[in-house]
Write a protein that binds this ligand. Structure first.
Ligand SMILES: [Cu+2]
Length: 467
């Protein structure tokens, strides 16, 4: 117990005794039996939670998140999740009022071992009914958490108990199956990892293991709550409810075997792309993929409701971009309703408008890259369209973007940010200083199909004669 207390303190977690749960409408006997509530509000990536009881395993690291501690009760792993309103800092300068679990959106990651009997208490502190679905798990039908179908919904103030054996090792997630449109749009979700009990032929031991969920929000600039009716027009594309530059880097040691587990609970697909390395998709929420069925990729598309495990050897030192390849998903709010102005001379408009609106600013004449440098006053509580500075200036990125940092001298198991990569002399792109000739250009003219066919007929006999 002492070591666990120590962990809670070290990880910046707070623990609330079961007694603080008096508001919940469970009787006193049941209350005494509930596991203590552990919550966490810092958006920082917490160090891995090394298990001190139960079967050992190599823990995962949740990007800008944490793993929920548990207690053992007669051989059963007991967890306590509290569904509640939370405040999530999506990036420095912007806070969102979301719904989540135990102080955060997403909720804490749950880590267990194949064969573990697991008991999860779910307390509802939301203003409406909820339930909990354990996505991808083999379990008794009545534990599947579909309100109305397999159980009555958990009313506000009530606590339900879910219990099953974690039968299948792999990467899973949890989310409500009650008023899903609202509750998932508000950020209710979490990751679940079931580690293999024995050495598994299709699940390799890795040196670094990361997990995060893809989600998206539509929060109007100046507002703090997502618009839950939005179906396609989101303006904050997030990983674990964080957007760049708020997403922590993935820090690894050179030659580490790295696994990244990603689940998609947004409303569209995301082609996730890594620079400098090739990876294999080694598993899905359906299980491990046979080794003969894997192929190398640098981008893998993750559809809605899917999970992917990607694995690679991080054998190239440097700061490697890791992002969604939909370019509108690497930008933040404040840009989605701006018209394209490339090539438009706005001088005349500018003169007239500045008389009416002294603060008016023409933008976009040379593309939108300047948006990241602009010191335009933003409405309160929103983020510039793209921002984030690197060692060479602005990255002109937002949303679903992070950096894989591969370092020779990163200690084993050390997840701390090593800072920016120092490129060895002579290994960086550099400015050409010589003279530049006028480039030769081919002046082709547009032709009709008929003209082309006539020319082909003329050319063809020549070809035959040559042969
Ligand atoms: Cu995307």
């Amino acid at each position: 117990m002492n070591s666990r207390r120590h962990f809670l303190k070290a990880a910046g977690l707070s623990s609330i005794a079961g007694g603080a749960m008096a508001a919940a409408s469970v009787n006193k006997v049941a209350l005494a039996a509930l596991p203590e509530v552990v919550s966490q509000v810092s958006p920082n990536t917490m160090p891995p939670l090394t298990p001190t009881n139960g079967r050992p395993y190599r823990p995962v690291v949740t990007l800008n998140g944490w793993t929920l501690p548990w207690r053992m009760n007669n051989g059963v792993k007991e967890f306590h999740l509290i569904a509640e309103p939370v405040v999530r800092e999506m990036a420095p300068g912007m806070k969102a009022q979301l719904w989540g679990y135990n102080g955060q959106s997403p909720g804490p990651t749950i880590e267990v071992v194949e064969g573990d009997r697991v008991r999860i208490f779910v307390t509802n502190r939301l203003p409406e009914a909820t339930s909990m679905h354990w996505h991808g798990q083999r379990l008794p039908n009545g534990m599947d958490g579909v309100s109305g179908l397999t159980q009555a919904a958990i009313q506000p103030g009530k606590t339900y108990v879910y219990e099953f054996v974690a039968r299948r090792p792999g990467t899973f997630m949890y989310h409500p199956h009650a008023d899903e449109m609202t509750q998932m749009a508000m950020g209710m979700m979490g990751s679940w990892i079931t580690h293999p009990r024995h050495a598994h032929p299709l699940i390799d031991e890795v040196d670094r293991d990361f997990v995060f969920l893809i989600n998206a929000y539509n929060i109007e600039p100046g507002a703090t709550r997502p618009n839950i009716m939005t179906m396609t027009d989101f303006n904050l594309w997030s990983w674990n409810s964080r957007v760049f530059p708020g997403i922590d880097s993935l820090n690894v040691r050179k030659n580490d075997r790295v696994r990244i587990r990603v689940g998609n609970l947004s409303m569209t697909n995301h082609p996730i792309h890594i620079h400098g390395h090739e990876f294999y998709v080694t598993g899905t929420d359906g299980g491990a993929i046979p080794k003969t069925a894997r192929w190398p990729e640098v981008t893998t598309d993750i559809a809605v409701g899917q999970m992917r495990q990607i694995e690679f050897i991080a054998d190239e030192e440097g700061d490697w971009a890791f992002h969604c390849h939909k370019s509108h998903h690497t930008m933040n709010a404040m840009g989605h309703s701006v018209p394209t102005m490339i090539g438009v001379d706005q001088t005349a408009v500018m003169e007239k408008l500045s008389q009416l609106m002294p603060s008016y600013m023409a933008m976009g004449e040379n593309g939108m890259g300047d948006m990241s440098k602009m010191q335009m006053p933003l409405p309160e509580n929103t983020l510039p369209m793209m921002s984030g500075d690197g060692p060479y200036g602005s990255l002109e990125m937002g949303g679903m973007f992070s950096v894989l940092k591969v370092r020779n001298n990163q200690a084993h198991g050390d997840y701390k940010d090593p800072g920016w990569y120092q490129h060895p002399k002579g290994t960086s792109a550099y400015e050409y200083q010589g003279a530049i000739d006028t480039p030769l250009r081919q002046h082709a003219e547009m032709k009709t199909v008929e003209q082309n066919q006539i020319e082909l007929k003329v050319i063809k006999p020549h070809i035959h004669q040559e042969h």
